[in-house]
Design a protein. Structure first.
Ligand SMILES: [Zn+2]
Ligand SMILES: [Zn+2]
Length: 277
């Protein structure tokens, strides 16, 4: 398994929950009943479906309850799902109360799971450290900053603008499109998106990507982001106005043609009358 962050941790918690469920129910295949059990994610329901080989009132009843609770908490829907550390604590607790004579397999599985979770936790911490340590050079001021720097801006090709430069860059960009029709047209043709600074041919290689709204929202002070969105609205309004205008022009031409046609007919009629005279 590969762990890339919090999301994979939550997914791993889910698969560990499934494993516990399989151990409790001594079941490997996913028939309808088992799928229902996962779907319901109910600890009491899970505890009622133990491995028939485990004595119902044996010394491991407490453990069974604990494991059922862990399984239920781990297969909950995403938002309600238990997190790694609490699950790890519960796993340790459950492992310490197990009677080794009766279910050694269960104990070793719980230990394996605890080790897996520790490893997962470490891997995540390491990934977070690595991400924080990863630096990039700002395309504008050439400072080396962490890619995690608050307020920095990065295009999908990972060209970074540091937090000192990003508000000014966007402010300047918006001012320039406000001041030049050509730039506004370009901006409209890009759907109101702000291109990566390496869009400029002065940079080699050039970059043709845009900053996503999400990254801009994260990087920019509120008032600048609002300015950016307003510029996008302008682009939309501009386009709508354009379409209206075009339709209006077409309507005018159509009426003109109709009028000319009618006038021609009238002229014909007049001529006919004159000829008759
Ligand atoms: Zn910079
Ligand atoms: Zn770029």
């Amino acid at each position: 398994m590969e762990f890339t962050g919090a999301t994979s941790a939550i997914r791993s918690v889910y698969s560990i929950g499934i494993t516990i469920l399989q151990i409790i129910a001594a079941q490997l295949d996913f028939d309808d009943d088992f799928s229902d059990l996962i779907e319901e994610a109910d600890a009491e329901e899970i505890a009622r479906r133990p491995d028939p080989r485990v004595p119902a009132n044996g010394p491991d009843l407490e453990t069974l309850k604990k494991l059922s609770a862990m399984a239920a908490a781990s297969v909950q829907r995403f938002s309600k799902r238990i997190q790694v550390m609490p699950l790890l604590r519960q796993a340790r607790e459950a492992a310490s109360t197990l009677s080794t004579s009766e279910v050694p397999a269960l104990k070793s599985e719980v230990e394996r799971m605890a080790a897996e979770l520790r490893r997962l936790r470490l891997a995540e911490e390491k990934a977070a450290e690595l991400a924080a340590a990863l630096t990039k050079r700002c395309e504008l001021c050439f400072d080396e900053v962490s890619v995690e720097q608050v307020g920095s801006l990065m295009c999908p090709n990972e060209h970074l603008i540091c937090s000192d430069c990003s508000p000014d860059m966007v402010r300047n960009f918006l001012e320039r499109i406000g001041a030049s029709d050509t730039m506004l047209d370009d901006h409209s043709s890009r759907g109101g998106l702000i291109p990566c600074v390496r869009h400029n041919p002065a940079f080699q290689p050039q970059c043709s990507r845009h900053y996503t709204d999400q990254s801009l929202a994260r990087a920019l002070p509120d008032e600048i982001f609002v300015g950016y969105r307003a510029a996008q609205d302008d682009v939309t309004e501009n386009r709508i106005w354009h379409q209206h205008n075009q339709r209006f022009q077409e309507e005018v031409s159509r009426m003109q043609r109709q009028l000319e046609g009618e006038q021609a007919t009238k002229r014909e009629e007049v001529r006919a009358v004159v000829v008759d005279l």
